[in-house]
Design a protein around this ligand. Sequence first.
Ligand SMILES: Cc1cc2nc3c(=O)[nH]c(=O)nc-3n(C[C@H](O)[C@H](O)[C@H](O)COP(=O)(O)O)c2cc1C
Ligand SMILES: [Mn+2]
Length: 450
Amino acid sequence: MLKDLRSFLQVLEERGDLAHITEPVDPRFGVAAGMQRTSSIQGPALWFDHVVGSSMPVVGALYAARRRALWGLETTPSELFDRFVSGLKHPLPPRLVSDGPCKEVILAGDDADFGQLPVCTHNRKDAGAFITMGLQIARHPAYGSNVSIHRMQIFDARTAGMLCVQPQHLGVYYAEAEARGEPLEVAVALGCDPYTTFCSQVQGSIYLDEFAVAGGWMGEPVELVRCETIDVAVPATSEIVLEGELLPGERRWEGPFGEYPGYYSPAGPRPVFKLKAITHRRNPIYLAGMAGMPPTDNHGMKDIPFEAMLYDRLRQICPTIRDVCSTIGGVCKHVVISMRPTYLSQARDVLLAALTTERIRPKLVIVVDEDVDARDPVQVEWALATRFQADRDTVVFPRAVAQWLDPSTPLPDIGTVMGIDATRPYGQPFWEKVDVPGADSFVIPGWTDQ
Ligand SMILES: Cc1cc2nc3c(=O)[nH]c(=O)nc-3n(C[C@H](O)[C@H](O)[C@H](O)COP(=O)(O)O)c2cc1C
Ligand SMILES: [Mn+2]
């Protein structure tokens, strides 16, 4: 099991999927430029040895390529969803341990300063530098522990904005604490192993402890250590931990920031995080990650849990679902489902179920037959071109719940969703698809034999 960021980086190093940038790089746009470039060519993860103004190396674009996410979760494309679902069904609660590497250096009070971190500025019009890959960990007296990721805009040495709004669980925790006039203690773990990193993206029940899902995936509990200044426990092997609290009754203007739909999300009044301590490993590695135009870390990390949870849900009504793909250009809003329909209208049932999920809501769902690779845009378009008639096979729901940050919606959070049934008419004769015997296995030297 990969139990920390370092062992994952070791795997990437061995597979030639981690490139070292040795020349000095500016944390303002420079690191982001590298991350964006390698993401768009699906190149390696990047290790920046020398980020100007900091002694910490920066690693970025770790999850911008799906292959790396699979290596991190130590699984294969064909096993991914089943492993994911089995972690959800068999969670293992985390274990508290007395000490861990993330305590090797402890900086509390005035010694803790965001300026110690190489926090990067990504996009031309971003309001400033943002921490984008921190796991926010918080506790609630009734709901338990929560793990999620929320961007943080650095305001000054010990103050940051945090984008955590309801119905996100951290937003709920904060709203309830604020209603009692209390701060919400929050720890931010930066640079964790792939399992705890991915558990942050499980959109489960508010009672779910995401660390227990990570434990389920690993087959052993995640080890946590208590924070120094707040009553929260964090992964023991985190590279860096920020301890602090969200202040009640305070808002500061946060944003704009280049978000995952590929647009600047507008500025607004947001909760304020007050830093109380920083703890870190010796020679810590700072983890950066892009949102913005896909593909990026943000999309890569959201797509897999989104697909796996939809897969699990849809398999309840259709066990012959083959694949669920959150398409790259669809920025976590477009889903292609391949399936083998076993009765008339089943493809439509699946389509409707996918469009009416709870927190993970697609805007467009395309259902294709099993012979179409849902991950190949050419094949999906071919199915649309040859198996789909718009008047017969389209369903449109106006005024559904839309994803926040979709700039095309007429009202905030309200928008139209659409389903397309591009499966062959069930049970009717249909033209036969061409095939060439031996084409898939034909070896072209230097091309198909690597
Ligand atoms: C890199 C990255 C950055 C994210 N930033 C934010 C953010 O700033 N605000 C937010 O509400 N969700 C953000 N998310 C999505 C949440 O982390 C995600 O929806 C999570 O599952 C919410 O957890 P919850 O189900 O416990 O509420 C981000 C996701 C990723 C992968
Ligand atoms: Mn949660």
